[in-house]
Every structure is written in C-alpha cells, then in structure tokens.
Write a protein that binds this ligand. Structure first.
Ligand code: CAA
Length: 382
C-alpha cells in the first residue's frame, strides 16, 4: 500500500490549487452575492484540462485517473464550491456517460468541446415529482418514426442555465418502471425545449440550477445514449462516479473552513490572548482536521478502486455520506469560531455554511447513500 500521490497526481493537485487560489477564491464572494455564473473562469478550467479530466486525449481530454480527478475537485472546491459543482457535473455526469455509452459520432460531436470548456453540459434526471425515487420519472418520449417526442418537466438541473447539451432521462415505456427509462442527448436549441429561470438557491449561488420544460420537443433517435430502456442503468452508473466527485467537493469546502478557522483562531484576541489558546477552540479544530482527513481518505479510496476497475459504488456512497456531513459540521464550527462576524457577509464563513448544505442533498441525499450502503452490506455480491 502506498498513501502518497504519484508525481503526476501531485502536479495536478498543485496546478488546481494555484488556479483556485489565484483565479477562483478572489471572485468567490462576488459571484455568490451577484449570483453570477463564472463564464470566464469555467473556460479557463477547460483550458487547464479540468473539465474533461478522465477523457482520453483523442477526445480532447486530459487522460487523468480518478484519483487525480478527486484531488483536483477538492482543490477547486476549496477555492469556491460553485466552481466545484460546475466542474463535477461536466466531468462526471456529462463527459463520463457520453464516453462510456456514446457512439463514436456522439463522442466526436460533444466531447472535445465539453472537455475544452467551449461548451458546457448538464444532467437532467430529477423531476418536480421524482427526486430520490429516480425510477418514478414521468417525462415521456413517444415514438414518432426517426424521432422521439418529449413532453414533461425536469427539475434541479445543475449547470442547466448555461448548458449547451443536456443528458436527459425520459420514459419510453410506461409498463416497466426502471426498465422503461431511456437516456437522450438533447441540444439546448431543440424546438419545444424551454430553459427555466435560475433557481433562487441558499448556497452555490454562482452555479445555475433550472427547470427544463419539454412541449412536443422532437429529438432524433440518433441522440439516444446507449439503447432504449438502458437509461436507469446509465443514470445509476453515472451517479456512482458523480458521488465521489461530490465527496471531493465536500472535502474541499471542509478544508477551506478549517484553514479559515485556524487563521482566525490565531489572530482573534479574547481575554488577552488568541482564542486559539483556549481548549474549547482547539478541540473544535482537532475534530475538524480529523474528520477531514478521514473524509479525504474515504474519497481517495473510492477513486482508487475505480482506477483499478474494482466495484466502488458502496465506497463512493460512504465517501459522499461522510464527507458531506463533515463539510456541514466544519462549516458550522468555522462560523462558531468566528462568532458574530462569521454571521456577516464580510467573512467567507457564512457562504461556506450555505454552500455546505447542498452536499447532503444533491446526487443522492444522505438518506439515499444509507440505502445504497445498506443494500451492499445485505447483498455483498452487488
Ligand atoms: N449500478 C448499476 N446498476 C444499478 C445500480 C448501480 N449503482 N443501482 C441499481 N442498479 C440496478 C439494479 O441492479 C436493478 O437492476 P435490474 O434491472 O437487474 O433489477 C435496477 O437498477 C433497479 O435497482 P433498484 O431496485 O435498487 O432501484 P430503485 O428504484 O429502488 O432505486 C436508488 C435505487 C438507489 C434509490 C436510486 O433510485 C437512486 O440512486 N436515487 C437517488 C437519485 C439521485 O441520486 N438523484 C440525484 C439527481 S442528479 C443531481 O443531483 C445532479 C446535480 O444536481 C449535481
């Protein structure tokens, strides 16, 4: 066993950290307050090879492994959680399923632009009436010759307001629940598709989450990803990979909280000494650091198993469950250590507090991660 990053993984970590510190962290507060999607820095992420990290170079990707992906996600999210989710969705929920299930034409058509940051992708599984019960989705795709005609509403589409292409899950058969779901690549300018207004979210406010409405939107059958009826499998396998990406995002948010808490504890004076001299504060810092390290190793372990082509669904869910909880706890502790000023917008603590909560909700709530983990414990052969 070797717990060290390779030279290449370390180089990716340093590159992502430097970019996060010089280009992302300085604008994080402003884009949050203005609720502004960071178009320019997302393009720069693409130029750095961070928007299609795991794609092979023939499709414009960086050809990196999944450990590198987790390391880069942590560093970018340490600078800004909104940039983290934008990067995660494009890499894990869009580039990956296209590379795994796409035809050569679909790969050539989409991947180079997505990897370079010239285009952005979004993933559209949830609906107003189905979130955790993904197989309950109701958006229909009726057969009409060489096309499918889509009707329905999709919800919580991260990156949706800016995306050029959507990975959309639809119902092609009403008689089978999860086996009646198919996956389509839908372009933004498809007639009959309306992209809704940006949701007013509590955190990650620079990212762009929308509803999509389909009203008799004709999508050519050549846009099917995989085969008809394969959509649920594609969604589940895609989310397996997405979940350790979100775990890495959570580690980054938690680390940002610890960094700020340490700095503030050294600087802030009370009772004639820095508050970091008090045991109450030191215990909080020690708990934060311990949980972050545990979350980081769970995340890297899930990525490591994926790199070795070993089953990683359970490990990804454990990583997401624990890392998102850690981020929420660290955001709370950081704000508490800052006291009153932490509750103002003058400090990043309140932004981290708002950003952290979504980590326990998207890409499967913590309760869904419990379901997945318990299912694997009860049926170890899965
Ligand atoms: N990989 C491959 N196949 C899988 C799988 C996986 N990880 N998980 C389940 N399956 C297969 C099962 O083996 C089963 O196969 P058969 O057809 O052979 O029977 C089939 O899928 C159905 O499995 P279940 O009976 O377990 O399915 P279920 O309906 O009970 O649902 C669930 C399982 C885990 C709860 C699933 O619905 C789920 O993950 N829900 C959460 C959805 C979610 O995470 N949504 C996030 C939205 S996207 C998002 O948040 C993005 C964003 O904004 C950033």
């Amino acid at each position: 066993m070797d717990f060290r990053l390779t030279d290449e993984q370390e180089l990716i970590r340093r590159t992502a950290r430097e970019f996060a510190e010089t280009r992302i962290a300085p604008i994080a507060a402003a884009i949050d307050q203005e609720e502004r999607f960071p178009v320019e820095t997302v393009r720069e992420l693409g130029a750095l090879g961070l928007m299609g990290m795991n794609l092979p170079p023939e499709y414009g990707g960086a050809g990196a492994d999944f450990v590198s992906h987790a390391v880069a996600m942590e560093e970018i999210s340490r600078g800004c959680a909104a940039h983290g989710v934008i990067m995660s969705v494009n890499n894990s929920l869009v580039c990956w399923p296209i590379s795994a299930y796409g035809t050569d034409e679909q790969k050539r058509n989409y991947l180079p632009d997505l990897a370079s940051g010239r285009k952005l992708g979004a993933f559209s599984l949830s609906e107003p009436g189905s979130g955790s019960d993904a197989a309950g989705l109701q958006t229909t795709a009726a057969d009409d010759g060489d096309a499918l005609v889509l009707n329905g509403t999709k919800a919580w589409v991260s990156n949706g307001g800016q995306a050029d292409v959507y990975v959309v899950f639809v119902r092609t058969s009403k008689s089978h629940k999860h086996r009646g779901i198919s996956c389509l690549l839908v372009e933004r300018d498809t007639p009959g598709l309306t992209v809704g207004a940006k949701e007013k979210t509590m955190g990650i406010r620079a990212s762009s989450t929308v509803q999509l409405s389909f009203a008799d939107a004709r999508v050519p059958k050549r846009c099917l990803l995989g085969v008809e009826g394969q959509g649920f499998e594609i969604a589940m396998k895609t989310l397996d990979g997405g979940r350790f990406g979100i775990a890495a995002q959570a580690v980054g948010v938690a680390q940002a909280c610890l960094d700020e808490a340490l700095a503030y504890a050294a600087e802030r004076q009370a009772f004639d000494q820095p508050i970091g001299h008090f045991q109450a504060i030191r215990f909080m810092l020690a708990d934060m650091a311990t949980n972050i390290q545990a979350a980081r190793w769970l995340t890297l372990h899930a990525a490591f198993c994926r790199d070795r082509n070993e089953p990683f669904t359970k490990w990804g869910s454990m990583a997401k469950l624990f890392a998102s909880r850690t981020a929420v706890q660290c955001a709370d502790a950081n704000l508490q250590i800052h006291g009153g000023v932490g509750y103002t917008r003058d400090f990043a603590a309140e932004r981290h507090y708002r950003d952290a909560k979504i980590l326990e909700i998207y890409e499967g709530t913590s309760q869904i991660q419990h379901v997945v983990i318990a299912d694997h414990l009860m049926h170890p052969s899965r």
